[in-house]
Design a protein around this ligand. Structure first.
Ligand code: SF4
Length: 337
């Protein structure tokens, strides 16, 4: 995108494409995601690829506590909605968010049973499914495409890094070409795809991050979530950090925002930014606490973009993004009461 005026007019006064602005237009209001833990595992934990998980992974650190106390999906949704209604009283509806572990890592028939249990809840209008790129066989993508003809379906794919050495170092168990392949196969079916990127992993450099951003810009992604690396208890990274703190160079808030901007500058303007970071309870945090609340990140990012006099897509090369099917419209919203 050539100039700041075009950027501000296209992004509703922001310097990056805010997902919530898009969602309000697309869905006609705010749809809140209600987290569900359906008891899945992942191939990097159950022994198929590994048993210890990715070096940074602790689902305990990233899941709401009520999910650990309730196994019934409808009870989890009820509790989540009650919480969301108190926090966001103007929510227009709710999406079932299968967040913990790899939520497509099962037989298709089991997945259908689990997803449809959530979709049968009278307040649920659609579904968001988080998973690894190597857990997306064709039959599951076909089923998700069928679902997406009836309601909002967002597929959230854990990219984490676009650099194979970084993925190998964090014991991820797949490479970037696996991620590219999964995104392309999902996009061919018209699915809405969000990528999940973790900034600050060991061996990632500014150069590798920018090379990764250019590769992401060519992929048919719809949205991106950024997370800062936080070292949490009971992870391999926590052990490594305690034994040799220098082996895990950590970002501070300013260098993290700079890393986000280094990626944003190369992204196409249509990519919506869904998230700028995450918070874990201080009790599980091993790396230094930034002492910042998540809701402050957007204003900090806008300020940093202004200081650097830049914006999303400033360096995007327009001819490179692969074509994708158009997103579905709000007419597919399930009636939520
Ligand atoms: S981050 Fe995801 S893929 Fe990695 S171990 Fe945790 S649940 Fe499995």
């Amino acid at each position: 995108m050539s100039g700041i005026s075009e950027c501000l007019s296209r992004f509703n006064g922001h310097r990056y494409h805010v997902y919530n602005d898009w969602a309000r237009r697309e869905y006609g209001g705010r749809l809140q995601k209600v987290s569900i833990d359906a008891g899945f595992t992942c191939p990097n934990r159950d022994g198929l690829l590994g048993v210890g998980g990715c070096s940074f992974c602790s689902n305990e650190g990233f899941s709401p506590s009520y999910l650990r106390e309730q196994r019934d999906i409808n009870a989890q949704i009820d509790t989540g909605i009650e919480f969301m209604r108190r926090r966001y009283p103007r929510s227009m509806g709710f999406l079932a968010y299968f967040q913990s572990y790899s939520n497509t890592y099962d037989e298709l028939e089991n997945l259908k049973r689990i997803y449809e249990a959530a979709l049968s809840h009278r307040h649920i209008s659609g579904i968001v499914i988080g998973t690894r790129p190597d857990c997306l066989p064709e039959e599951i993508l076909d089923y998700l495409a069928e679902l997406s003809a009836r309601m909002p379906v967002e597929l959230e794919i854990g990219i984490e890094s676009c650099t194979d050495e970084v993925l190998q170092e964090c014991l991820r168990g797949h490479n970037f070409s696996c991620t590219q392949d999964a995104i392309r196969r999902a996009a061919r079916r018209g699915l809405f795809i969000t990528g999940h990127l973790l900034l600050g992993l060991p061996l990632e450099t500014q150069e590798s991050l920018v090379a990764g951003a250019k590769a992401l810009a060519r992929l048919p992604l719809d949205a991106l979530k950024f997370h800062q690396l936080q070292i949490v208890r009971c992870t391999r990274l926590a052990n490594q950090y305690r034994a040799a703190p220098g082996s895990v160079p950590l970002l501070d808030p300013e260098s993290y925002l700079d890393a986000v901007i280094d990626v944003l500058e190369y992204l196409p303007p249509h990519v919506k930014i869904q998230r700028l970071g995450s918070e874990v309870p201080p009790s599980v945090l091993v790396s230094p606490d930034w002492g910042m609340r998540l809701h402050k990140f957007p204003a900090m990012l806008e300020a940093r973009l202004q200081v650097r006099d830049t914006w999303q897509a400033r360096l995007f090369e327009n001819t490179t993004t692969e074509p994708r099917k158009p997103d579905r419209g709000r007419s597919k919203l399930l009636p939520a009461t």
